[in-house]
Design a protein around this ligand. Sequence first.
Ligand code: ZN
Length: 434
Amino acid sequence: MNRSLLLAALPLAVIHPAAAAPREAPSKERMRATVEKLVSFGTRHSLSSATDPVRGIGAARNWTAGQFAALSRECGGCITTERLSRRFIGPRAPDGVVIEDVLGIQPGSEPGRYVIVGAHIDSRVTDVMNVTSDAPGANDDASGVALVLEAARILSKHKFKATIVYAVFSGEEQGLWGATLLADTAKARGWQIDAMLNNDIVGNSVGQGGVVDANRVRVFSEGIRSSESLAEDMERRAIGGEDDGPSRALAKAIDGIADALPGKFDVMLDRRPDRFGRGGDHEPFLKLGYPAVRFSVGAENWDRQHQDVRTENGRVFADTIDGMDFDYLAKVTAINVATIARLAAAPAAPASASIAGALTRDTTVKWAAVPGAQSYRVRWRANDRQAWSDERVVTGATTTLLKNVPVDDHFVGVSAVGADGAESLVTFAGRDRG
Ligand SMILES: [Zn+2]
């Protein structure tokens, strides 16, 4: 086949694999405009009007859908807008409410694989059942919605292997309902989710009491999959790997990606699923076994979350724009964009990996082949460490021998690497279960 015919036959993503690394910086002006617009709907409480054209969550969702449509027009229809809805009932909606998610979907060249970035559009004040008072929800979580829309704007100019879903959830404050709806939908449709990034409260650098934390974002992750079966749990107890579940591997990847970005903005790899005793929209995904993490600011300001807008003795209570830092939000957005770009450009992670080497000084590593992988990266570390310390690139094989790396004292993992160098998450190597 001559070259022009070959090019004509290939999808664009194959011709431009280097699209994995968008260099465009997030626009803090655009994100400020998004937050201002979302605040202008007065309240975005999940039980507020779904039909009022100017006030309430319905108007906010319609505006968001319009943003995805506008972005799609600029990329030749590369984003499909989809609205999911389901009726939920619970203590925080005793009469029931139709919860609706607004999705922008950017199909990739490898159907079936998905990377999701999400945030919740609903807001609240002190009383979670108050649907009428102004609930600006600037940082919680218009900041996350602004991040999702800005990520879509930047990434829609590039092509990827995995499909990217830009998700705007409702019903978070009533019970994580919008995220539950999308996780259930993903399961029903058979999506393979390579990563889910939940962004909730990502736009302030001044925390409670005036503490400044401007150069760090927390990324929360579970170490052991909450979806593990009893058999998997027993195996984990036998071989270790409490710090190497898929969500923890995702958090570690994000930490490395952030280190490689300019600006010395750090990821705090927070080793619990969420803040102490609290939860968020990544949880429904964890329950179904998908790798998912939560981004949240380094220092929260509780006077500026979930509060009736008021001033008491000179102390301001309000989740309003003046409590935000858009330089900070842009930096968190850049980490999300780089993470999505890498994982959506990379092959899938190996479905399985194993190690063996009893009674020898060497460890044999084997893993499942991954379609589209150009090479594999085998990583290992001594068992008293948390970060990978050594690595080997393997091409043209799905096994390798690590000489003088005793199996008893080392953790091992394997990732898949594409032609453009984009690397998947690391699959932890356990016992060969045949
Ligand atoms: Zn929130």
